[in-house]
Ligand binder design. Sequence first.
Ligand code: FES
Length: 112
Amino acid sequence: MKRIETRHPLGNADAFPEGLAVLREVNGRDICVLRDGDTLRACSAWCPHQYARMDGSPGEPGHIVCRYHGLRFNMVSGDCTNASGYSVEIIPLQTDSQTGEVFALTFDIVDD
Ligand code: FES
């Protein structure tokens, strides 16, 4: 078994404004990318509360805040910090330091 990493281009880092979740698609899945200062983070785009899409939601330092009912998710752990029992999947990102291109990373386990 080995792990295969795939990089999915999301655009240049400059395309992501501070504090506003931007929608992207990775392998047919919607994700939200959020700038937090110099750091970009991403999570699944669908809020686990009532399954609304969170693009356009505001960010707070280290968090995305669903614009529908205000659930607040930590962008490192994915855990909801103001209601119990909810979490979002965190999507790892990588930025090319030369070009500024941002990639979402996915991993597959395959047989050797
Ligand atoms: S749908 Fe996101 S907080 Fe309700």
